[in-house]
Write a protein that binds this ligand. Structure first.
Ligand code: FSX
Ligand code: SF4
Ligand code: F3S
Length: 374
């Protein structure tokens, strides 16, 4: 059921009531602040916002998609990432994750949208089919087009979570039989943040919501509407196989000894050089792995229309930024140049430093609390 504004708890109250300790809270806020790219001096501001501000209501719609985005989110390596947004804490409506169903669920959504008009965050997973009056995706007898327009009307901002709602995704891939479009093809009068990936990294959405809760504004976006903190670098820039790329050492086949030894997967079709995402820095399952680490090339799942760029095992013709002639056979020689080599070493070092920073941030949560109180 919808939670009236007066009864809405702060993030901190909700976290403590859910059984977490003050220490867990401090570790979490410090970790997220580091992940959000904030200076350590700003951790206090994040902590204060989480302690004092009432949680932002979230309405979460699902249209044409596989629900992998929700899966990625609820499997986030940090337990509080999901709990911060989910039921009892912040989520007022999600037809996939909420306990209620049918008429009860729909009523709860209507109530929450009315109560929080102009103040809630709308999260959208999935594309919207436009062909034949939207008949290819209906919920409770209504088309996705109608539902999206209704729930967008009272939203303060919209997060398109996943490549389907951000770009159209697999539904919009050629020949796009249902005429699917991304959210921004329909909604033109609201701030829209793209969090692409198929699926995206769960912490990115929490980071966006925490940024909004802390500063009252959305994080800085790039020209494609993606939060800069998380999408400023190519997968290639933070890939642990990058030294092999630079040395011109490539795996020629899957499961070869070279592939297992960490040689670059460029010749096997890797799209890392043209894909912007934080996979190499964050990874999934507590940073254990991401596609390239599991031995499969990046398929560019966070980029617009990536499905139409298949077959994914066909190598890119050239690598942007290294000259049109920079095919895999020549890359080793080109990149040995001191200037580029320096930049590459810098990017790998930055990546390692970022991971270390995130680990340390978690560990120093308590220390921060002392500093904030002092
Ligand atoms: Fe799309 Fe998400 Fe890929 Fe799946 O909701 S981005 S098909 S992981 O589930 O929308
Ligand atoms: Fe990593 Fe792919 Fe770049 Fe090779 S081409 S370094 S595997 S991102
Ligand atoms: Fe997607 Fe490539 Fe990352 S396939 S998950 S953007 S490594």
């Amino acid at each position: 059921m919808s939670i009236k504004n007066a009864n809405r708890k702060t993030y901190y109250e909700s976290i403590i009531e859910s059984g977490y300790s003050r220490r867990d809270f401090m570790k979490f806020t410090t970790y997220m602040a580091a992940f959000m790219g904030l200076e350590s001096s700003m951790v206090g501001q994040v902590v204060k916002a989480m302690e004092t501000k009432k949680r932002i209501p979230v309405i979460w719609e699902h249209f044409q998609e596989c629900t992998g985005c929700s899966e990625s989110f609820i499997r986030s390596d940090h337990p509080l990432v999901a709990d911060l947004i989910l039921e009892n804490i912040s989520l007022d409506y999600s037809d996939t994750l909420m306990a209620a169903s049918g008429h009860n669920a729909e009523e709860a959504k209507q109530e929450s949208m009315k109560e929080n008009y102009g103040n809630y965050i709308l999260v959208v997973e999935g594309a919207i089919p436009m062909k034949d009056d939207g008949v290819y995706c209906t919920i409770a007898g209504r088309s996705a087009i109608d539902i999206l327009k209704e729930s967008a009307a009272g939203a303060a901002a919209i997060i398109t979570f996943g490549s389907c709602s951000a770009w159209g995704g697999i539904q919009a891939a050629y020949p796009n039989p249902t005429g699917s479009v991304p959210v921004d093809a329909i909604i033109k009068d609201k701030p829209i943040i793209r969090v692409p990936g198929c699926p995206p990294i769960g912490e990115v959405m929490t980071g966006v919501i925490m940024h909004y809760a802390t500063f009252g504004v959305l994080p800085q976006l790039d020209s494609l509407g993606r939060p800069k903190q998380f999408y400023a670098k190519r997968v290639h820039d933070s890939c642990y196989r990058r030294p092999y790329f630079d040395a011109g050492l490539f795996a020629e086949s899957f499961d070869s000894q070279e592939a297992k030894d960490g040689h670059c997967l460029y010749k096997l079709g890797c799209r890392g050089p043209v894909t912007y995402n934080a996979c190499g820095t964050m990874g999934w399952n507590n940073g254990v792995s991401f596609p390239i680490k599991s031995g499969y090339p990046c398929i560019g799942c966070s980029e617009p229309d990536f499905w139409d760029n298949s077959p994914f095992t066909e190598r890119l013709e050239n690598v942007p930024g290294m000259g049109i002639e920079a095919t895999a056979d020549k890359i080793g020689k080109i990149v040995v140049g001191a200037a580029i080599g320096g930049a590459v070493i810098h990017s790998i070092a930055t990546n390692i430093a970022k991971k270390k920073e995130l680990r340390e941030a978690e560990e120093c949560g308590e220390e921060n609390e002392k500093n904030i109180k002092a």
